[in-house]
Design a protein around this ligand. Structure first.
Ligand SMILES: C[S@@+](CC[C@H](N)C(=O)[O-])C[C@H]1O[C@@H](n2cnc3c(N)ncnc32)[C@H](O)[C@@H]1O
Length: 271
């Protein structure tokens, strides 16, 4: 089962940490928001970036910019459109599309592209093409921002729980961050897409999954979204073991690392 099937559960499970990294981009690295801008929310999911931009515009009393959301998952775009309706995103439009073929976008169309937790999600074979498409649709001087996981408790939770119930190694390995945890992977991908090496920079955004106590951590990762992602291939005998297996990983992480890490790279590429 793919992430697309769980699109309706995705936002509730991830918005707290995603909002913080998008805010870091908007507050500390991106040009100031204004209503004349055009922004591409690429691999938008249900529209996390769009949602945070709308929240910021409301707080700062700015008329929202034009926003275009593109995601390969049709159910994510259904969720984006449901949010558009619920939150009144009048300047936003969502499209089902592949980031490696942004034919619905013109050359030099966007001031900003934000790809939040999306670059590592595209197929390896098209990652360079995605970078080239982003460069094509950016205005000269425009900037693209990317958040990419560097060290993430969720990946260790999914690996640990799968290992705990004895799933095959290839299923465990599927949850490893692999080469994308290394800064050079994103850097090289962006340069291969045509960005000048001197115009590709990166920062660290360090965070932890924070809730009040052990039970609320467990409740959080016992949500249908994480449970469905973690146990999709498990047998009916294994599925009830999810919560106990997650608890073991949480205890280990707290002992070894003092918290549940949610650390990412923020990459910036300027055209
Ligand atoms: C981890 S989610 C991130 C969603 C959202 N940007 C956020 O920050 O919450 C990754 C998203 O990338 C999308 N995706 C994967 N491959 C893609 C591609 N080739 N083109 C467009 N979207 C893609 C998935 O459908 C999914 O919605």
């Amino acid at each position: 089962m793919s992430l697309n099937s769980f699109a309706h559960l995705y936002e509730e499970a991830t918005i707290v940490e995603s909002r913080k990294s998008v805010l870091d981009i908007l507050d500390n690295h991106a040009p100031q928001l204004h209503s004349e801008m055009s922004i591409l929310d690429l691999a938008c999911g249900s529209g996390t970036v769009t949602r945070v931009i709308y929240e910021q515009c409301a707080t700062k009393n700015i008329k929202p910019p034009r926003l275009v959301g593109v995601d390969i998952g049709d159910m994510f775009i259904d969720a984006f459109n449901a949010n558009k309706k619920a939150y009144g995103w009048e300047t936003a439009e969502g499209f089902v599309g592949d980031a490696s073929d942004l034919h619905m976008c013109k050359d030099n169309e966007f001031d900003l592209v934000i790809m939040s937790y999306g670059l590592f999600a595209v197929a390896d074979a098209v990652a360079n093409k995605v970078a080239a498409e982003i460069r094509r649709v950016l205005k000269p001087g425009g900037r693209a921002f990317f958040t990419v996981w560097r060290d993430n408790f969720v990946s260790r939770m999914l690996q640990g729980a799968n290992k705990g119930v004895g799933r095959p190694q290839e299923e465990i390995d599927r949850h490893d961050l692999g080469k994308w945890s290394l800064a050079e992977t994103s850097h090289n991908t962006l340069v291969a897409g045509g960005f000048e090496p001197s115009k590709v920079t990166h920062f660290r955004h360090d965070d932890t999954f924070g809730t009040a106590n052990q039970n609320s951590f467990l409740d959080r990762f016992d949500m249908p979204f994480w449970k469905n992602i973690g146990t999709a291939a498990w047998t009916d005998d294994q599925k009830p073991r999810w919560r106990a297996e997650v608890e073991k990983v949480i205890l280990k992480e707290q002992e070894e690392r003092g918290g549940l890490q949610a650390n990412c790279w923020i990459f910036v590429a300027e055209k």
